[in-house]
Design a protein around this ligand. Sequence first.
Ligand code: HEC
Length: 135
Amino acid sequence: MKKQFYILATALIGSFIFLSMSGLPEDLQDKWEVPAKYEKMKNPYEGVKDADNIGRILYAKHCRSCHGTKGNGDGTKAKGLETAIRDFTGAEFKKQSDGSLYYKTYVGRGEMPSFMKKIVDEEEQWMIVNYIKNL
Ligand code: HEC
């Protein structure tokens, strides 16, 4: 009985290690902790139609040079960066809350500039978040 238990436990632990090493998709990003306050932040413009294309225009002006037209991280400036950039159309990006995207965009870190002082209008800030979510 005891022996069977050990065999079962070893098999379970073994498959867990195997899955965590090979089963999960590769993530380009070093862990980026988002404070709970931001993670749970509500998007006041959730689902709001961007009739004036604010998101698209500001993305082209401020973000496209690194993140690329389609958000794949292949902008003209991307080659010169040392930090890998996630694809905005990929699963790792998509599973994040709007508040997390807000935090990463406006607080930034390292080679991802902070846009808190450059884009101050609340509507503009969230229209960009809405835009990158739907690239
Ligand atoms: C100078 C190049 C550069 C510009 C310009 C830039 N970014 Fe970034 N961005 C980066 C880099 C590099 C990272 C990865 C940072 C890291 O992992 O430390 C990043 C990461 C991000 C992330 C996190 C992605 C994820 O899946 O966690 C978001 C969101 C983001 N950028 C949004 C924007 C937005 C919106 C703009 C324009 C307002 C913008 N960025 C402009 C370089 C840039």
